[in-house]
Write a protein that binds this ligand. Sequence first.
Ligand SMILES: [Zn+2]
Length: 424
Amino acid sequence: MFPSLFQRIDGKCDALVQLTQELVRIPTINPPGDYYRPCAEVIGRRLQARGFDVIYDRAHDTPGDSDRYPRENVVARWEGRRPGPCLHFNGHIDVVDVGPGWTTDPFGGEVKDGKVYGRGTCDMKGGIAAAIIAVEALLEEVPDLPGAIEISGTADEESGGYGGVAHLARKGFFSKPRVDHVVIPEPLNVDRVCLGHRGVWWAEIETKGRPAHGSMPFLGDCAVRHMTAFLSRVEAELFPALAGRQSAMPVVPPGARQSTLNFNALHGGLPEDFEGLPAPIVPDSCRVTIDRRFLLEERIEDVKGEVQAILDDLRKTRAGFDYEMRDIMEVLPLMTDKSAPVVRSVAGAIQEVLGRQPDFVVSPGTYDQKHIARIGHLHDCIAYGPGILDLAHQRDEYVGIDDMVQSAKVMGLAAHQLLTGQVS
Ligand SMILES: [Zn+2]
């Protein structure tokens, strides 16, 4: 227990709300990736005034980067006078587009019934603000803390993180010896530790045909019919097989505790923006984009192989069937070990602050932890932060003020334990 730290964080409640509002009022919508620099500067200026070294780093030539929409990141580092490990808090500063149906101003940061409303309050500017307040309170409480603390605000998580965490990881910002432990305050609920995520494979499959006049389809070969044959096989064979593959990963919601497949898009024949009546042409191409989410228990070669096996079988058995398959993206599943220091310290802090056992969960979709593991080779990393996961990307998104305060206490206490070697 650390009652004086908790009191100090309670006393900063208004500052926490104000900082969240300040961040939310900058509409860092991605795509296109707007206002990254001003948002990064809110974080950078604040921490610089508290003795942090601040670096701004633009991810030149990453997807979406341009002079109009520069991919700006900020990394702030506080270094104690005594040596010790480094704990890094990383949050993405981008938010998804607003969408219709809001009853509050999405960039107003309105406070109502103990909640702050706005796009990005939950995912995840409230989490960034909670981490900053936690660290400020801890450093006021223990000015001679050993080790180092870093706080970063990064771009583009919502579009893959290539201009954000991936870029910084490539430059060594997420590797030892610079950093030892990482907490990503994504909205996973205040009593849950998120250990990792399922894997992803996106691919485009194109079936081929031969054009002819639509009144005489027998003179051509219809790519849409070939695609239908493929989709029917997936429906009959693959979906039941995937539903039967249960994971030992504690994925939430539990429906995602199995392998899943989605068809993200399907298109064949005339372009969708044709004008007038549709031309009677037998389609010579049909494309489907598949979104396959897989488990630690599966190998990516098998995940791809079972789709390819259906396609190859069709090529052998169905007259005229031909296809091409193109990989779009792949991310391997990952799960931090429960015995890792950052897991034990945050789990212990949840128990102390909230008085209940934490849940250990895995995310159905990926987030920036993938780059920290694959590029930075750092595996002592979790997501932990305030906010209700289901509210992310929704209209009237909000974060509970009490949640932010509680999670700040958890982060402050865990940071103290990690840096003073009470967890190693
Ligand atoms: Zn997020």
